[in-house]
Design a protein around this ligand. Structure first.
Ligand SMILES: *[C@@H]1O[C@H](CO)[C@@H](O)[C@H](O)[C@H]1NC(C)=O
Ligand SMILES: *[C@@H]1O[C@H](CO)[C@@H](O)[C@H](O)[C@H]1NC(C)=O
Ligand SMILES: *[C@@H]1O[C@H](CO)[C@@H](O)[C@H](O)[C@H]1NC(C)=O
Ligand SMILES: *[C@@H]1O[C@H](CO)[C@@H](O)[C@H](O)[C@H]1NC(C)=O
Ligand SMILES: *[C@@H]1O[C@H](CO)[C@@H](O)[C@H](O)[C@H]1NC(C)=O
Ligand SMILES: *[C@@H]1O[C@H](CO)[C@@H](O)[C@H](O)[C@H]1NC(C)=O
Ligand SMILES: *[C@@H]1O[C@H](CO)[C@@H](O)[C@H](O)[C@H]1NC(C)=O
Ligand SMILES: *[C@@H]1O[C@H](CO)[C@@H](O)[C@H](O)[C@H]1NC(C)=O
Ligand SMILES: *[C@@H]1O[C@H](CO)[C@@H](O)[C@H](O)[C@H]1NC(C)=O
Ligand SMILES: *[C@@H]1O[C@H](CO)[C@@H](O)[C@H](O)[C@H]1NC(C)=O
Ligand SMILES: *[C@@H]1O[C@H](CO)[C@@H](O)[C@H](O)[C@H]1NC(C)=O
Length: 413
């Protein structure tokens, strides 16, 4: 008898426990409805949403935290991450992605109920704008939003002003859109907590206001590649007093029209570790005065310019990767590499080289992993013996030089 009561109590207890563990876990109704709003929107654009968002079912028992593309905080049950990237599930590698003329205009207020949202990825959706983007209030209700990825859409500059109210943002990706005109500093500079900013692949031009950007004290990564930016010499921006940004580690300025004047950024961002200046209009020798400020440089990419002369390589004690292909350097640039203990990757194809291969210097780079000196005018015998000592070497490209013929039996590897 007592045993039966005990068993009943135990069962009841277990049931209560089960309810506590699972019952509260369902997502919030308001948030579930907000997500279903989005699903309905996608459907209203003629897409098969029951296939594209098949787990998003309109059933009050369905826990939206378990839906695809949705992440919740397991303690609070609030939606914190939405990966609505490529909702149409196109093959984004294929050209047809860019052919689709079905451009979306979405209501940002759809996300208004997701007050705990931290990360929203809306990339690759061909969104042309927010139809309620004059409603600044709506945006600023997302007080927790830290990551916003809007890349590969059709946003023009009208996206910028509303974004400036999202002051909690840490990562803002606006790459591959159709913004144009000058660098939108007035709006972006309000986002004080920004650590990652990408404006890659738009149609922006003029000179980026680097000095004003230095007001973004937390910036760690800045990508302005693939625009039409220019620099003037001397760099106008630097006449007045400026402050340094000591956190910027990654700076991608590639694929623009920068000339040598751009290097004066080094005074503002001396902490840069990865610098990409490839595919610009740099020419002649680069100024040591600026470059040597980048004491922590680890990766330097300057392929596709018109540079000659030398680089202060021995100042970059941490340099690991150097890409100086498609310039007009001669082999003297390689002579100081042996002063760099951690050097790993050298890309030196397609330069203005004649004469012998600096095997003595290169054979001292004990950590070298990859070496490309193809399409130059190196002559003499193939430098296999010297290279054999480089135990870490994984990639070697010596093609298209003027090395003499070597008989294979001369190679005792
Ligand atoms: C979930 O929310 C709680 C309360 O706001 C917070 O303390 C915790 O860090 C959050 N967990 C995650 C993984 O973000
Ligand atoms: C969305 O992005 C995440 C990475 O953030 C990726 O794992 C996922 O495959 C993407 N989804 C689609 C449909 O492309
Ligand atoms: C957003 O999704 C894209 C496409 O899948 C992915 O490449 C990107 O890394 C995601 N963004 C973030 C911030 O995770
Ligand atoms: C920018 O896009 C919005 C739609 O979001 C449109 O109303 C506006 O005319 C566009 N502006 C320009 C300059 O193209
Ligand atoms: C949003 O920003 C605009 C101008 O950038 C400002 O006028 C407005 O007061 C802001 N709204 C909120 C709610 O902060
Ligand atoms: C910016 O970051 C700081 C430190 O993490 C935080 O205290 C502050 O609330 C953030 N500002 C906004 C507007 O989210
Ligand atoms: C630059 O600003 C700093 C403080 O921000 C100040 O101490 C310094 O005197 C200023 N230098 C010049 C040349 O104005
Ligand atoms: C270089 O890195 C070290 C730590 O690795 C750091 O203490 C130093 O401040 C950095 N230098 C610059 C100029 O940022
Ligand atoms: C380097 O290039 C500049 C112009 O681009 C040219 O005037 C100069 O003579 C070149 N120097 C050498 C050593 O080739
Ligand atoms: C290689 O370039 C350096 C620096 O511009 C120059 O001093 C040297 O004369 C050049 N050597 C040859 C063989 O052209
Ligand atoms: C290599 O090229 C240099 C410069 O063109 C030339 O002076 C030298 O004779 C060449 N050496 C050989 C072995 O062909």
């Amino acid at each position: 008898m007592e045993l039966a009561i005990l068993a009943k109590c135990l069962l009841l207890g277990l049931a209560i426990l089960w309810i506590q563990i699972h019952g509260n876990k369902g997502c919030f109704e308001t948030e579930r409805l907000a997500l279903l709003d989005f699903k309905e929107f996608v459907g209203s654009n003629g897409l098969d949403v029951d296939y594209l968002l098949s787990s998003w079912v309109d059933n009050s028992m369905s826990d939206c935290c378990k839906w695809e593309r949705v992440m919740c905080n397991s303690t609070t049950g609030h939606v914190t991450e939405l990966s609505l990237n490529n909702t149409r599930q196109y093959d984004i590698e294929s050209i047809s992605f860019y052919d689709d003329e079905n451009i979306w205009f979405i209501k940002f207020s759809m996300f208004q109920q997701l007050k705990e949202l931290k990360s929203l990825n809306l990339s690759y959706n061909r969104i042309g704008g927010f139809i309620d983007d004059t409603n600044f209030e709506t945006l600023s209700e997302l007080k927790k939003l830290e990551v916003l990825d809007l890349s590969a859409n059709y946003f023009n500059n009208s996206i910028l002003s509303p974004l400036s109210n999202l002051t909690s943002l840490k990562t803002l990706i606006l790459s591959i859109n159709i913004m144009e005109g000058s660098f939108p500093i007035q709006d972006l500079v309000k986002l004080k907590n920004l650590t990652v900013l990408s404006l890659r692949g738009n149609n922006l031009n003029g000179t980026p206001p680097l000095q004003k950007l230095s007001n973004l004290k937390n910036l760690k990564s800045l990508d302005v590649s693939g625009n039409g930016f220019t620099s003037t010499l001397p760099f106008q921006d630097f006449k007045s007093n400026f402050s340094k940004v000591s956190k910027l580690k990654y700076l991608d300025l590639s694929d623009n029209y920068f000339n040598n004047g751009i290097l004066s950024f080094s005074s503002i961002f001396p902490s840069v570790e990865t610098l990409d200046l490839s595919d610009n209009n740099l020419e002649g020798p680069l100024s040591y005065k600026d470059l040597v400020k980048l004491k922590n440089l680890t990766v330097l990419n300057i392929w596709g310019n018109n540079l000659n002369g030398t680089l202060p390589l021995q100042s970059f004690k941490r340099l690991e990767e150097l890409d100086i292909s498609y310039n007009r350097f001669n082999s003297s640039i390689l002579l100081s590499l042996d002063a760099l203990p951690s050097f790993k990757v050298l890309k030196f194809c397609c330069n203005d080289v004649e004469g012998s291969f600096p095997i003595q210097e290169l054979s001292k780079l004990k950590n070298l992993e990859s070496l490309d000196v193809s399409w130059n005018g190196f002559n003499g015998t193939l430098p296999f013996q010297g290279l054999c000592g480089l135990k870490g070497l994984q990639e070697l490209d010596l093609r298209y030089n003027e090395f003499g013929v070597v008989f294979l039996n001369a190679l005792t590897i």
